[in-house]
Design a protein around this ligand. Sequence first.
Ligand SMILES: [Fe+2]
Ligand SMILES: [Fe+2]
Length: 158
Amino acid sequence: MTIHAQAIRKLAPANYLLIEEEHVRLGKLLHDLHETCCNLDNLLSCHSCSSAKIASCRGRLPSYIHDLIDLIDMHFYHEESIMLSRPQVTVEYKYFRTHRQAHDNIMQELKSIAGECNSLDKLERTAEGYRHFYKKISDLFEEHDRCFDDPFIQSTKV
Ligand SMILES: [Fe+2]
Ligand SMILES: [Fe+2]
């Protein structure tokens, strides 16, 4: 994450601010999952919580998933637009195509994750749904930053 933060500063100020703000929003959304589910960092079920708390968690899970998909969809659009605004980058450019393909793959993956979380919730395994959501999203974006965003941002130095 440190390398990512350093690399990002090399972008034009407006682009830097936009990408930084969206990465912060993604981090905040993941952080909010901790505020909601008491069992995110353990393996307990919802039986350790009151029925009111369980109802609130169940109600909020679909909103988190919906907000995340919206945020990521917009973020990928912005990132691709910023890439294409660079002089040497076109839609045919290999690194643009592979990066965009990775975004498309993540969007597909997000839809699968959403379905898996809903299924867990329907089985009253809501805490497991939260943990699944948190872990999958964290891993996906850690890998994406390392493989695509960081190298792209580093390339804006030249
Ligand atoms: Fe990206
Ligand atoms: Fe990004």
